[in-house]
Design a binder for this molecule. Structure first.
Ligand SMILES: [Zn+2]
Length: 170
């Protein structure tokens, strides 16, 4: 029982270390600075989040069409910090925090890589998220995306490589 407790404490310490690493890396690679500048420029209010992420609340611009998005270790939301920190939004907060982890690894390269991933997903399915590597890794369901969508017909045709013959007349 003591061993189990020690293991749990060990896990907690490892998780905390991961959060600190994420915070330090996103600060060092400039992406958190970019998030803070964006928050200041758009007059969203910066609040303390959880596990080293900050929350900028009250985003008003029409884009992006989501309730929140992340820049470095700053989660920017149309709603309030309390809304995002509420127990029932734990999954969404975890999803956005995983994006902060992706910024920690990629730095500013996150942006072009993310947009390529969005473009590919949109071409393939008509959704920016379903086949987007970053959204899949962050958790589609937690991010409010459908978990699967059929590939567009042209892509299905390429995929099947002409092996299957259409049975429809057109
Ligand atoms: Zn996401």
């Amino acid at each position: 029982m003591l061993a189990a407790a020690n293991r749990a404490i060990g896990r907690g310490a490892a998780t905390r270390r991961r959060h600190v690493t994420r915070t330090v890396l996103t600060a060092a690679n400039g992406t958190t600075g970019a998030g803070l500048l964006l928050a200041l420029a758009t007059r969203t209010r910066i609040r303390r989040g959880r596990n080293g992420v900050l929350i900028a609340e009250g985003w008003r611009l029409p884009m992006p069409p989501a309730s929140c998005f992340t820049v470095g270790s700053v989660i920017i939301t149309r709603r309030s910090a309390e809304w995002l920190l509420a127990e029932e939004r734990a999954e969404l907060l975890a999803h956005e925090s995983r994006h902060a982890g992706q910024y920690a690894v990629l730095g500013p390269l996150f942006w072009p890589a993310y947009w390529v991933a969005c473009g590919w997903s949109y071409l393939a399915t008509g959704s920016y998220g379903v086949h987007n590597y970053f959204e899949r890794r962050a958790g589609l369901k937690a991010g409010g995306y459908p978990e699967e969508l059929p590939l567009r017909p042209w892509l299905r045709r390429i995929w099947s490589g002409g092996r299957t013959h259409s049975t429809s007349g057109t």
